[in-house]
Design a protein around this ligand. Structure first.
Ligand SMILES: CC(C)(COP(=O)(O)OP(=O)(O)OC[C@H]1O[C@@H](n2cnc3c(N)ncnc32)[C@H](O)[C@@H]1OP(=O)(O)O)[C@@H](O)C(=O)NCCC(=O)NCCS
Length: 155
């Protein structure tokens, strides 16, 4: 819960929220941070802060899927804008993917990115993810229909 203030400071950014699902709100308030932490600290997903100089400057998570999809996980991530393009997320995703494959029975990790998010596509490609499918008009965000690019990596 001690990360709530830093989360709010960095997550309150439209350039980040525009790339994510509506569950990541804009504006992003201290209550959003506290609610997110409260709701997510106790579930079985692996949700981590990315920390630099004792500040939470972003988040990365492995979200386990259920039922027949239980050997699949989704990966999600965001980083404070002042730290973009320094290779931080490439390293974080690589580490978390490796950790997940080494420590669980997950065989498939995927990420669905909005068509305009070239930085995220590039990061995933650098880690070894492949473009598996384009889900046409799957996303409706801020009044605009967009394609979703499904990237995947296998154990
Ligand atoms: C996507 C995001 C996590 C990337 O984090 P990062 O630490 O900056 O990523 P890295 O520095 O490891 O790599 C970024 C790569 O994208 C490239 N890139 C950045 N902006 C780009 C753009 N507009 N077009 C093309 N490539 C771009 C960089 O050049 C770099 O590639 P390179 O190493 O080949 O030069 C960060 O931009 C972010 O938090 N975005 C908002 C939230 C988000 O999109 N989350 C993912 C939702 S699927």
């Amino acid at each position: 819960m001690g990360d709530a203030e830093h989360l709010t400071k960095y997550a309150n950014n439209k350039n980040i929220a525009n790339c994510l699902r509506d569950g990541f709100p804009h504006p992003y308030t201290i209550n959003d941070a506290r609610n997110w932490l409260k709701n997510n600290l106790t579930n079985k997903n692996l949700l981590l802060a990315i920390e630099i100089n004792n500040e939470a400057i972003g988040g990365i998570g492995i979200i386990y899927q259920s039922d027949v999809y239980r050997r699949t996980a989704e990966i999600g991530y965001w980083l404070a804008e002042e730290y973009w393009n320094q290779g931080i997320m490439t390293e974080a995703i690589k580490t978390l993917v490796q950790h997940t494959f080494n420590n669980s029975d997950i065989v498939r990790i995927h990420a669905g990115i909005f068509e305009s998010n070239t930085a995220s596509a590039r990061v995933l490609e650098k880690v070894g993810f492949k473009l598996e499918a384009i889900h046409e008009k799957a996303v409706f965000k801020r009044g605009k229909l967009m394609n979703e690019y499904m990237y995947v990596i296998f154990k």
